[in-house]
Design a protein. Sequence first.
Length: 481
Amino acid sequence: MTCAVSLMDLFREGAPTNVRDLRGARVHLIGIGGSGMAGLAAMLIRCGARVSGSDLGSSAATQRLAHLGARILDQSTHARLPEDAELVIASAAIKAEHPELIEAARRETRVLKYAEMLGVMMDALEGVAISGTHGKSTTTAWLAFVLRSAGLDPSFVIGAEVEQLGGGSGVGDGPHFVVEACEYDRSFLNLRPRRAAILNIEEDHLDCYSSLTEIESAFAAFVSQVREGGLVVTSADLANCLRTIRDHTPARIESFGESADADWRASAIRVENGAHSFDLHHRGTMFGRVALGLSGRHNVHNALAVAALAHDCGVPKKEIISGLQNFTGARRRLELKARVHGVVVADDYGHHPTEIRATLAAARERYSPKRLWCVFQPHQHSRTRFLLNDFAHSFAQADRVIVPEIYFVRDSERDRASVSAVDLVREIGKAGGNAEFIPNFADIVDKLANEARPGDLVLTMGAGNIWNVADALVEQLRADR
């Protein structure tokens, strides 16, 4: 990506927006270690900005950013807003009373939310926004991979690390800007893409939405902002998707799925060596046979969305099929950590009941385990409380379930007091599952190291730091055996 204007030109009223020159701009990100924030920070660095950021402690993401040249401050040691900050970007999780935001207001320093900055950058490029309750990171990464493999050199920001893309963000010389568009806090309403996908719409983030109807209304507002003459792709198999967007967007609409009337349709679906293959049809015409490198029937649907968007971006048929087949996935999406003395250890980001069901099914397809251990870390007390019954019935394909303490983020003290991990374990038992509450990670690792046997699969799941259990278990199995 070559550069042309300064940071001030991004915000000058009436001036053409162009992010292709951020050289020397001093940008500070609060919550810089978050998945999307880390990707945005890396993109800003590659555009030439001088980036600083703060977060609670060190992480792999902040260490990578420090290696790229970012100045990382630890919020737990009372980090202050840098004196030279010209623009402050805050994660959606940052509260208004955060001391760095208060200091920015005192100095009258410009503050944007993460999604607002994505919107500013998208206005300068040809935006492609991937939305939905599940599958956003995988589909966003997959599309970026297909576009890059076809030589279109996109820019992208993804809420996950992707080895094939060199990380969670990239700056290319092509016109396309591919981003993950999150519905939390209605963040995606800051985006005005030319192309968009709605993969699915379900109940989630009920700490900021009152009902599924309100969530659907937010998605309708999102597609209304897709540029006229653009494209929205959505599921033909989920009734509320087409219903939600129909009559709300100035863009063209194409559907994908297994339904006979889908514009992009998968048929003759088979599982081969733990992964899916299918015939891909476009408007009733055979497009090609596709053999995915990913497990899970849900990824067949993600692949269809990628094909539809890539085709509209001008990627030839041959490159679309090749890109679909050669993509190996994002980190923490049924990621194999190790095979140690016959025990398979894997990790996944899933933290919603639908994601849990899909991932457990995919794990059985891929590994055919004798026993499937699922170590699930609930993410947020509010999500656990609102979806408790759905969570309880989502572990049917796991032989054993271990639940640590709920990962505390964004919750109020009232939320925290309203539900516990013990409540979830009890409800899983009522639903016929075999679940156990073990509050701390060290004890979980000890139990698994002692009881896991050759042929078993241990799958850690959750959006928090549960991946530490997988890593520690691999080390202990190697040491013990």
